[in-house]
Design a protein around this ligand. Structure first.
Ligand SMILES: *[C@@H]1O[C@H](CO)[C@@H](O)[C@H](O)[C@H]1NC(C)=O
Ligand SMILES: *[C@@H]1O[C@H](CO)[C@@H](O)[C@H](O)[C@H]1NC(C)=O
Ligand SMILES: *[C@@H]1O[C@H](CO)[C@@H](O)[C@H](O)[C@H]1NC(C)=O
Ligand SMILES: *[C@@H]1O[C@H](CO)[C@@H](O)[C@H](O)[C@H]1NC(C)=O
Ligand SMILES: *[C@@H]1O[C@H](CO)[C@@H](O)[C@H](O)[C@H]1NC(C)=O
Length: 582
């Protein structure tokens, strides 16, 4: 991660005491612990004093999160260190002393992003990018000092550092060589690691191999590269099972897995991934045919989400994705509120049944914070209607809604020029009446609807099939005009065969579209709206800063602004308790 500009000022650090098993939910009402003068401070999202994710791992049943932090406050471009928090449930967090900070010439100008790897026997190792006195980017190694300490509070750097560095021989660009991945073992028992880089405008995943984790040798060819994609930051490379939702160890390979390569595109600030195969003998990764590399490809999240990382949770046998959500406010406002940057709710990630994309869903542990459940079913939403969902703390809420569509006749016909879903969502925001949709929820809304963030679907007809567009429209999210209020959107892939089946049954007997396919889940936390469409096939995260719809003045609505009436098949909402975050 290179460019720190326009992030944050100085930071409030909320210390939480570690109690018992690390779960210390507030018993009082969900909103009471959020300071009244901090309408944007989140209640249950991990809020580091700042920034993006380094390694994440589970060690002796304790989850460790390392993240980039500028200890010197005000200036955004200060020297970075590895801050450290632990958790037993990925929801409540305990801060510790920084794990890694500049101390030697190989990292004296900063300890930047990296990854954690568990070596055989369970010993953790972290690889990280150090900035040396000549501002070269080099890769370093550190081990925990005391393996009996489940909190791994102290770390010792290898005296072989730096282990990988740019030289005149290897032609690696010294200012574009960073963010080592979690290492994996090949069939030859050698470790492999990938470092993000670029040559001219070609993004590179440079591969290094080692027998002992100390002596690393660069492979002749990168694991993968792609033209016209710019610098690849925070690469992540891992297998996913072809069948099932379980996660697998990073070193696993075989016919029962596909591989995922994720890169954070420095030029556009999006996390893109491809699905493909990994030949561990030739050591090359090949994306499947049809995979798009570059900014119009598959994104983990079509809103704000960057510098993410996964890890294999060996305890729960799942792969978990964590990502960083930037502010959308001005630097001056960030300095005023005293903090900047939030981590998204960790998501379980697996391969969709059709094998063409990933599916993500908030970790089940988040449900521990749910309280005050309300449930509605069978609610008709006529065209142009808005229905309040009351009885929950709308500024801090988890809501799931599924829709029932009886008649598709009014679906508008897709135009060939509609290739950019984000653009389409901004042209056809929630306030633009349609045929079938927009329908969805209005969150963080004021009672007069002057402020609202709309998360919704539109369904279009494309010859004999239907196309679902999912949007998160921030254009009316705040009366404050100075925020970035870009609208986000994506097409939701619905299996054509399955859709035909659904359509057939829909035509005959008013059947409900399956819950997972047409459902929206939105997790709302004061200034964050994390939305999941189609059971996690499309994820969109937005930052919003309402001025009216704050604390108890925030409302939640369901709406339909299409001419075709639809039904809410089922709606469930829960007020969310506040978690212990840093
Ligand atoms: C290592 O950690 C264990 C468990 O926290 C502790 O009991 C022990 O004293 C530590 N050893 C050293 C040398 O600090
Ligand atoms: C090396 O990286 C720097 C920083 O991104 C960039 O300005 C420069 O153009 C790169 N050089 C080459 C040859 O790609
Ligand atoms: C990348 O660009 C180079 C130079 O323009 C070209 O020779 C090469 O074929 C391109 N590679 C791919 C995979 O398109
Ligand atoms: C942070 O937010 C600003 C304003 O919305 C945006 O321009 C920038 O690209 C974002 N950076 C990242 C890393 O997401
Ligand atoms: C529905 O559409 C009308 C007409 O375009 C617009 O005035 C209204 O604000 C829209 N409603 C919502 C909830 O966006």
């Amino acid at each position: 991660m290179l460019n720190m500009a326009n992030s944050n000022g100085f930071f409030l650090f909320f210390f939480a005491l570690f109690v018992g098993h690390g779960i210390m939910m507030l018993q009082s009402s969900a909103l009471s612990s959020v300071p009244a003068n901090q309408p944007y401070r989140t209640g249950f999202h991990f809020q580091p004093p700042k920034n993006w994710i380094n390694g994440v791992m589970v060690y002796k049943g304790v989850y460790h999160l390392f993240y980039q932090y500028n200890p010197n406050g005000v200036k955004a471009d200060g020297i970075k260190i590895w801050a450290h928090s632990t958790s037993k449930d990925l929801v409540n967090w305990t801060p510790h002393e920084p794990a890694i900070y500049p101390s030697h010439s190989y990292d004296i100008k900063g300890c930047w992003s990296g990854s954690a790897t568990l070596l055989p026997g369970g010993k953790p190792a972290v690889l990280y990018t150090g900035i040396d006195p000549y501002r070269r980017q080099v890769q370093n190694l550190a081990f925990p000092k005391n393996l009996s300490d489940p909190y791994l509070k102290e770390w010792i750097k290898s005296d072989k550092n730096p282990l990988m560095q740019p030289t005149t021989k290897n032609h690696i660009n010294a200012s574009s060589f960073r963010d080592p991945t979690t290492a994996w073992l090949g069939p030859d028992k050698k470790w492999r690691v990938v470092i993000g880089s670029k040559v001219n405008n070609q993004g590179l995943a440079i591969l290094f191999k080692s027998e002992d984790f100390l002596n690393w040798f660069q492979s002749k060819t990168p694991l993968h590269s792609a033209n016209n994609t710019g610098m690849w930051e925070c690469p992540d490379f891992y297998p996913v099972l072809v069948k099932g939702r379980s996660g697998v160890d990073t070193s696993l390979n075989g016919p029962f897995v596909k591989h995922v390569l994720k890169v954070s595109l420095d030029d556009t600030k999006h996390d893109l991934y491809t699905i493909g195969s990994y030949d561990s003998v030739k050591d090359v990764y090949t994306p499947e045919q049809g995979c798009i590399e570059g900014d119009s490809g598959l994104k983990y999240d079509y809103g704000k989400y960057y510098a993410s990382k996964t890890f294999f949770d060996s305890v729960e046998k799942r792969r978990i994705l964590t990502g960083w959500i930037n502010e959308s406010s001005r630097l001056a406002d960030d300095i005023k509120k005293g903090w900047s940057g939030v981590h998204a709710i960790p998501r379980k990630v697996w391969l969709a049944e059709n094998g063409k994309q990933l599916v993500q869903w908030p970790i089940a542990e988040l449900q521990k914070l749910r309280t005050n459940h309300i449930s509605l079913a069978d609610i008709l939403l006529e065209g142009g209607s808005v229905t309040e969902v009351s009885g929950v703390t709308a500024a801090q809420v988890d809501v799931e809604v599924s829709f029932e569509i009886k008649d598709f006749k009014k679906a508008e016909v897709v135009k060939p020029s509609w290739t950019n879903p984000q653009l389409l969502c901004s042209q056809k925001g929630a306030s633009v009446e349609g045929g079938l949709g927009p329908f969805g929820v209005l969150v963080l809304a004021s009672d007069d609807l002057k402020e609202q963030t709309a998360v919704f679907f539109r369904i279009f007809k494309d010859h004999d099939k239907y196309v679902v567009l999912m949007c998160s429209d921030q254009s009316r999210s705040s009366l404050n005009q100075q925020n970035d209020k870009a609208t986000y959107g994506a097409f939701l892939d619905v299996d054509i065969q399955q859709q035909k089946l659904s359509l057939r049954s829909l035509a005959s007997n008013f059947a409900i579209y399956s819950f997972s396919e047409k459902c929206i889940r939105a997790i709302i936390d004061h200034s964050i709206v994390e939305s999941f469409g189609g059971g996690g096939k499309v994820c969109i995260t937005a930052r919003v800063y309402p001025t009216l719809a704050i604390h108890k003045a925030a409302h939640l609505y369901a709406f339909n602004n299409g001419t075709q009436s639809i039904k809410i098949a089922e709606l469930n909402a829960w007020s969310m308790n506040t978690a212990n975050t840093n």
